[in-house]
Design a protein around this ligand. Structure first.
Ligand code: C2E
Ligand code: CA
Ligand code: CA
Length: 771
């Protein structure tokens, strides 16, 4: 096997060249097929050049080295033809291999490449025109068959087989080329004589081999370089792809950036932003790049297609596609923000109505005031309180109460302007801050519209309605107060005034009124505690029978000695007690005390107790009187309850009902202050009255004043006609007494018989009346 030994001794260079070219072409072939199945023209041409030129050159160099000692001349035309054939054959063969096809087609393509090697090499040998060719046909045929079989097998190697596939394909192709070379050497023995001194023009074998070696080395190196670059690119690409798959699996958005340029993004990020972006500045609301260097979590905003999205971003270094880049993780903060908003909402708003709550209302007022102090604009605070809400709540339940509050909130909201702040302060209290045009006219209109809006029935559940009214109080900045607390107190005072004015109305703050109100309120508080601490006392004023000056009864009158202000007149504190409802408690105390006192007397004197209108309209009064009579053991006939005409007519049917029940107990009823009110005969007739008390204002100076005399005469006539006892109040002089006696009045009360005084000892009653 001398030729084989010869091959290994001389053909290392061409073999290396062939190997490199074939390998580069094989890899390039893989790369030339795009994922879409299309063929990259540039790459396939590059592969063609590498393979066609490389193998052609390797065989030429091999052939030359076999005959290195003999000077030869090559025909340039035949050489060119040989090279062209190699290129064209490889072009077709590689293209066929690249195109997706059946195994058979690829085997044919491989064979075609082998045939190309064979023919081009044959042409090369022919080009060496000085060589005397004596062909050994057996060697030539067997070499050709072997070469074709090997290249066909190379074609059979499927694409995409990785390094192993490429090595196999390379090996087979190189083997095919080597076979051609090997068998050519065998078929054309080196002993063949050379034709000497050819005259034809040609290229010397030295020039050819140097030129070809240079060019082929360049081509193959370029090719290898390109292949290695591409391979590296592909490896990195695969790595990146791997990373992307991983990144797509996470829920957070992820972008990989280089100098702000977005190189890659995951699905979560794409979904978050909703469009393609190539630079960070397109994605974020602010220049995050500069701040990102901190390498800490940064809260910023992502510019989504529809809205900005609050996000948290964290940057970290990452190796991506073979270089150091930055990975930026983007966390969607919307759900966290929502939770935060929810918490904030709960902290700042009333859960029932969604309005501002008390604390945020106060905050808002403070802010507004701080702003207004600089601009000297005005502001109004409106307080609103529902009338009858407590009744609705008690009668229909809390759910109904809540429904009322919600609907009232909606109705009021509809009356407000865009600049108004509306809050529920708690219970059935609401408040409004108006900063835009708080003119009196505008506020008048606002209050009127709120009153009208709240008034209609409110459906609290299907088929059930409730009705509430509202009272409003308005205070103005700076007119009524400069501080928030002054304004709130002002609005509150105005609200109180509105309620006092009969509810379902509104009032603007009135400083003078508020002052009275304030002392009234203070007084009410003090009266309440005085009552609780038993600091009130009763005095008793005798009532005398004028004919014999015998005291047959006493009127109980309440006294309050204020610890700092001294005695306070009942004319002043009784109305306060009536308004605050305290009168019920006070009246009960008076009744119990007076009855107990009277019961202790040995005689049968009557005891007169004043009963206010509020007590008279309280259904439980007869029951109370009954209980007190039993408790004290006082005979009902000795108790006289003094009521006024105005109390009667406030709610006549109710008063009549109570009076009848009182009468049923055996108690007497006196009409107090007669003459000052309606002085109506029908009232006297319609109600079960036993006694008429002529008001002191007519008695005083009755002996000298004709008009008073006429009235007193009329009342005496009226009472006598109805068979009632008539008693004159405020008798201070004998002259008055004499006039009264002359006119037929039997009873009198006044300083003439005794001032209201400490509980009289029963025995002394008579004596004092005489005194
Ligand atoms: P009143 O029921 O008309 O009581 C008579 C008032 O006239 C008493 O005033 C009494 O002190 C006063 N008075 C008695 N004699 C004379 C007199 O000769 N000349 C003059 N100028 N005045 C005389 P007082 O005690 O200040 O009571 C004022 C009003 O307060 C009472 O008028 C009554 O309406 C109310 N009041 C007093 N005590 C009670 C009470 O226990 N319950 C209720 N509901 N009202 C009471
Ligand atoms: Ca009285
Ligand atoms: Ca009176």
């Amino acid at each position: 096997m001398q030729p084989i030994a010869h091959f290994f001794a001389n053909d290392a260079l061409p073999l290396g060249l062939c190997l490199a070219a074939t390998f580069a072409a094989s890899v390039k072939l893989e790369y030339a097929v795009l994922p879409s199945g299309e063929i990259d023209r540039f790459k396939i041409n590059f592969a063609t050049l590498t393979l066609g030129f490389g193998v052609w050159a390797a065989q030429l160099i091999g052939a030359l080295s076999d005959n290195a000692l003999q000077p030869m001349l090559f025909s340039p035309w035949t050489m060119s033809l040989s090279l062209a054939l190699s290129l064209v054959g490889c072009a077709i063969g590689l293209r066929l291999l690249a195109a997706a096809g059946s195994d058979r087609r690829r085997v044919l393509a491989g064979g075609l490449i082998g045939l190309t090697f064979l023919l081009s090499h044959a042409l090369t040998l022919i080009a060496a025109q000085d060589l005397a060719v004596t062909l050994n046909p057996a060697a030539a045929v067997s070499g050709a068959i072997l070469a074709l079989a090997l290249s066909a097998a190379a074609g059979r190697v499927p694409r995409g087989g990785g390094l192993r596939g490429q090595t196999l394909r390379t090996g087979l192709l190189v083997a095919s080329a080597a076979m051609i070379h090997l068998f050519a050497a065998w078929a054309l023995p080196p002993a063949a004589p050379l034709r000497q001194a050819s005259t034809a023009p040609g290229l010397s074998n030295v020039v050819v081999s140097q030129l070809v070696a240079l060019i082929s080395a360049m081509v193959v190196m370029m090719s290898l370089w390109a292949v290695s670059r591409e391979t590296r690119r592909r490896v990195l690409e695969a790595e990146a792809q791997h990373l992307r798959t991983l990144a797509d699996a996470v829920l957070e958005g992820l972008v990989i950036v280089e100098d702000g340029q977005i190189l890659a993004s995951n699905r979560a990020f794409d979904a978050l932003i909703g469009r393609r972006v190539s630079h960070l500045s397109e994605a974020f609301a602010q220049d995050v790049l500069a701040q990102l260097d901190l390498d800490a979590a940064l809260e910023t905003e992502l510019l989504g297609t529809r809205a900005t999205i609050p996000v948290e971003i964290v940057a970290s270094p990452i190796r991506y596609k073979g270089a150091e880049r930055r990975a930026i993780a983007v966390r969607d903060l919307r759900s966290r923000r929502q939770a935060e908003d929810q918490i904030r909402f709960l902290a700042h708003n009333d859960t029932l109505t969604g309005l501002l709550n008390r604390s945020s209302f106060l905050q808002k007022l403070d802010l507004d005031l701080a702003r207004l102090r600089r601009s000297d604009d005005q502001l109004a605070v409106v307080f609103l309180d529902l009338d009858r809400f407590k009744q609705v709540n008690d009668a229909m339940g809390h759910a109904a109460g809540d429904a009322v509050l919600r609907q009232v909130a909606v109705r009021i909201q509809a009356q407000l302007g865009p600049g108004d702040s509306f809050a529920r302060l708690g219970g059935d209290e609401f408040a409004i801050i108006r900063t835009e045009d708080p003119s009196p006219e505008g506020l008048d209109a606002l209050c009127a519209s709120i009153l009208a809006a709240v008034a209609p029935p409110i459906e609290v559940s299907p088929g059930r309605t409730a009705m509430v009214g509202s009272s409003l109080g308005v205070a103005l900045f700076p007119h009524d107060g400069l501080s928030a607390s002054d304004l709130l107190a002002g609005a509150d005072a105005a609200l109180y005034q509105a309620k006092n004015a009969g509810r379902n109305t509104y009032r603007f703050f009135d400083a003078a009124l508020a002052r009275t109100l304030k002392t009234r309120q203070a007084l009410e508080q003090e009266l309440r505690s005085a009552l609780a601490r038993d600091q009130l006392r009763l005095v008793y004023q005798p009532q005398a029978r004028m004919s014999d000056q015998v005291v047959d009864g006493f009127e109980a009158l309440v006294r309050w000695d204020h610890p700092t202000e001294g005695p306070i007149s009942p004319d002043r504190f009784i109305p306060i007690a009536e308004e605050s409802g305290l009168i019920l408690e006070l009246g009960e105390w008076v009744l119990r005390k007076a009855c107990a006192q009277a019961a202790s007397w040995s005689g049968a004197e009557t005891i007169s107790v004043n009963v206010s209108a509020v007590q008279l309209h309280d259904n439980s009064l007869p029951e109370l009187v009954h209980v007190v009579l039993i408790e004290t053991g006082l005979s009902p006939a000795r108790l006289e309850l003094e009521i006024t005409e105005t109390a009667l007519i406030k709610n006549a049917p109710q008063a009549l009902h109570v009076l009848r029940r009182l009468k049923a107990l055996g108690v007497r009823i006196a009409m107090d202050d007669f003459g000052t009110g309606f002085s109506s005969l029908s009232n006297l007739r319609n109600f079960p009255i036993d006694t008429i008390k002529i008001d002191g204002s007519f008695v005083h100076g009755v002996d000298r004043d004709e008009q008073s005399a006429t009235i007193v005469r009329a009342v005496l006539g009226l009472g006598g006609g109805l068979g009632m006892k008539v008693i004159a109040e405020g008798v201070e002089t004998r002259a008055e007494e004499n006039f009264l006696i002359d006119e037929g009045c039997a009873y009198a009360q006044g300083y003439l018989y005794g001032s209201p005084a400490k509980a009289p000892a029963p025995a002394s009653a008579k004596a004092r009346a005489h005194g």
